[in-house]
Design a protein around this ligand. Structure first.
Ligand SMILES: [Zn+2]
Length: 83
């Protein structure tokens, strides 16, 4: 465990060799809601992707050292594009 910038204890995870943690966002399912007209306001229809809830859980990696992680991402991109 490690404290983040706000002093919250986080379970340390690793991505691309960088330490960080995961946060889970709940967001409108982009597959079946359109932010209003038929979205959450009037009750989404849902789809298979979101389990017919209209809402999706998205896991986002947050690195303790954001710049190092950004660099690691760029390196990874280069590596993937290399023939
Ligand atoms: Zn959906």
């Amino acid at each position: 465990m490690r404290r983040d910038e706000d002093g919250k204890l986080r379970r340390v995870a690793e991505e691309l060799g960088c330490d960080g943690y995961y946060v889970v966002h709940r967001t409108d399912c982009s597959n079946c809601t359109d932010h209003g007209e038929y979205g959450t306001k009037h009750g989404p229809f849902g789809c298979r992707d979101c389990g017919y809830t209209g809402r999706r859980r998205v896991r986002v990696f947050v690195a303790f050292d954001f710049e190092a992680y950004l660099e690691a991402q760029i390196e990874e991109e280069k590596r993937l594009r290399a023939p």
